[in-house]
Design a protein around this ligand. Structure first.
Ligand SMILES: [Zn+2]
Length: 142
């Protein structure tokens, strides 16, 4: 069955709105592929893993415990298995990028800062993370 034209317009708009972050993910994942990383398309995301991408993820704060992170329509993961485990969670972040576009990362970091200032956990109490963990039932922690 063919997609309704309006659905196609909405989808293209969402992809475009998230594209500044997607471009950042493509650059990081592309560099990662120059150093042995791999990529695959899964659903509406381009997933990067292994090699340089794994090296990058591990150097983030708490990176040793980070399975994956989402930038627009890209997901940067340590391994293919870590991407499989975190897919539900990261898919929620993709939807957040489609909603917030270029404002997601500033809103995310301001939310973390606010949580930290009021004595809450900057990561797990961040509303963007709570929404993602609620979607996957908290199956993976960090
Ligand atoms: Zn998350």
């Amino acid at each position: 069955m063919r997609a309704q034209p309006i659905n196609r317009i909405v989808f293209i708009t969402r992809v475009f709105w998230a594209s500044p972050n997607t471009i950042l993910g493509l650059i990081i994942g592309g560099v990662g592929m120059c150093f042995g990383g791999r990529a695959r398309i899964c659903g509406r995301a381009i997933e990067f893993y292994d090699g340089g991408t794994k090296w990058f993820v591990q150097r983030l704060p708490h990176g040793q415990f980070t399975l994956a992170l989402t930038l627009g329509h890209t997901i940067l993961g340590q391994t293919d298995a870590s991407l499989d485990i975190s897919r539900k969670h990261e898919t929620v972040h993709i939807l957040q990028y489609e909603r917030w576009g270029p404002f997601l990362l500033p809103a995310y970091f301001l939310s973390s800062l606010y949580m930290w200032l009021i004595g809450r956990r900057f990561y797990r109490d961040n509303p963007f993370e709570r929404e993602a963990y609620d979607a996957d039932g908290g199956e993976h922690d960090l």
